[in-house]
Design a protein around this ligand. Structure first.
Ligand SMILES: [Zn+2]
Length: 238
């Protein structure tokens, strides 16, 4: 199989994993940058991630125009993806989700920080993007490049950002690492809520978070990926 075919299969798998891990429900999406053209990205048509098949994967320009839609309807919020790829050349994958644990942090302004080693890749402090600050009353969907770019600006150089009253965005240097971060962002949210109810929390220091993130390499990520593939009933590829 070609590299592109393999990556598209991995992208379908990522959709199923995010669903089985409870990171996305009927909504939310995951994309990869096109391996042969950095000005394009690949993302499913508008469909629940758990149902995504190879034929659903569409190609988009960074501005969110479908290259050959073949009658398929795209996600309304695809601009989250294009704007992140535009601003961050090293980013190869983007996830947008509304997992329940992250929502309370987005609306209270309580800073989310890594609470344990597996969660270090979320970054030392997760920024919160409030769409209302720049765009006023909206339907809370990221339905233009202007909104996507504003969100990407808030993400800055980090891997994660929360979206007030909406969800989160996660980016990474490859698809599997990005799925890994999205899964542990949700776990961090749940654990942080539990720990803060008990008392003052000593989070990972900035140095600890950086050291752990530096050792979160493909062999580690693949151990989780293989396990998640099996649970999602998808074939595992090394
Ligand atoms: Zn959304």
């Amino acid at each position: 199989m070609s590299k592109l075919t393999d990556l598209i299969e991995d992208l379908v798998t990522a959709n199923r994993i995010l669903a089985t891990q409870g990171i996305v429900d009927s909504f939310g999406h995951v994309s990869i940058r096109h391996p042969d053209n950095p000005k394009r990205y690949l993302l499913s048509r508008s469909r629940a991630p758990e149902r995504v098949e190879t034929a659903d994967i569409m190609e988009f320009t960074l501005e969110g125009e479908a290259v050959d839609a073949k009658g398929r309807k795209p996600y309304l919020e695809r601009f989250i993806h294009g704007a992140a790829y535009e601003m961050r050349p090293e980013v190869m994958s983007v996830i947008h989700n509304h997992s329940p644990g992250v929502i309370p942090f987005g609306v209270t302004g309580r800073k989310m920080r890594p609470i344990m080693h597996m969660c270090a890749t979320i970054g030392h402090e997760v920024p919160i993007w409030d769409q209302h600050s720049k765009f006023g009353d909206t339907n809370l969907l990221v339905e233009s490049m202007a909104m996507g770019r504003d969100l990407a600006k808030k993400l800055g150089k980090g891997r994660t950002a929360l979206m007030r009253g909406h969800g989160a965005v996660v980016v990474g240097a490859d698809l599997r690492a990005t799925v890994y971060t999205a899964v542990y962002l949700e776990l961090n949210a749940k654990l942080q809520m539990q720990a803060e109810a008990m008392g003052k929390v000593k989070f990972l220091t900035k140095g600890e978070a950086q050291k752990v993130a530096a050792t979160t390499t493909p062999p580690n990520v693949n151990r989780a990926w293989e396990n998640w593939c099996r649970k999602a009933e998808r074939p595992y590829r090394e």
